[in-house]
Write a protein that binds this ligand. Sequence first.
Ligand code: SAM
Ligand code: SF4
Length: 329
Amino acid sequence: MNLEDNYGRKHDYLRISITDRCNLRCIYCMGEDGIKLLNHNEILTYEEIVGFVKVLSPLGLRRLRITGGEPLVRKGVENLIGSLSGIAGIEDIALTTNGELLEPMLDKLMDNGLKRVNISLDSLKPDLYKKITRVGNLDKVLKGINSALRKGLTPIKINVVLMAGVNDQEIYEFLKLTLDDPIHVRFIEYMPLDGHDQMWSKRYLPLNAVKEKAAGLGFRLNPEEGLVGNGTAETWRIHGAQGTIGFINPVSCHFCSSCTRLRLTADGKFKPCLYWQEEINVRKALKNPLVLQSLIKQGLSLKHEKHQMNAQTQGNEQGYVRSMAQIGG
Ligand code: SAM
Ligand code: SF4
């Protein structure tokens, strides 16, 4: 058995959500009171996560991303990274974080095998950053980014969710970040996954807006290939810049034909696609590799050729929509 689906896509990449808890309350991700949290006993233990990866790595799994909620709020995340990096076949472990807790944790994360980090940062203005995250402190995030640059944890990717009337006036500042440092800014289209307010229809902006702005500023964008872990991003480089600019446009443009991602939610659901409701509870099979393999196979067979964001945004039979913090972004 390998991790191939019905459309010939071979999956080598797993995003693991280790918690649904978060220290921020980003406006596009959750309401100001947060989300309905899982009970502690519903969340996979680190041993269970390691066991899951050990079953998938002989089938072709090579790359892991630790995410959440905010992964750095879960105690001992560096030990999990240490255990995962010791699994035969695993070549790359990355982390997606809001960066607030990163700076004091960097050394131990890197010592345990963290190779790369994506930091979510939607504004470079302290007041607007606070408004978007509701409680965040920009200074702490910038310290984390600078420290990661100094320590050579590269490529550093900055994830920016573009929102009309919120941060679209800062496109120039984000483009400029890529000029002098190996920073890769990835603009992400706002996806209608919050399930809390109806902000999406007012704030969604297709990423062409960034290309138009770059052209208007006289930046020459050259297509770029070969940036590590860039499966779903279309990547460009401003002529002469150290870093690059990525576009992740799941709303205006499908990248499904090149999608090699799988997901494991914090409560042990195997999810072949972010945008469909289908998920398989693998927790109960974690002690039995053969049963687990057959559940994985079943999960892969559920992966559709293309996503249909509506299938996710309409929710399940009870109308329940999981936010990115609950699925694992
Ligand atoms: N807390 C970490 C962070 O913010 O980086 C990791 C989890 S977060 C859910 C992962 C990514 O999902 C972040 O880059 C965030 O900006 C993105 N995200 C969350 N909700 C989104 C939405 N509705 N549309 C687009 N991106 C979203
Ligand atoms: Fe937390 Fe990340 Fe969601 Fe922001 S995007 S609320 S940091 S999980």
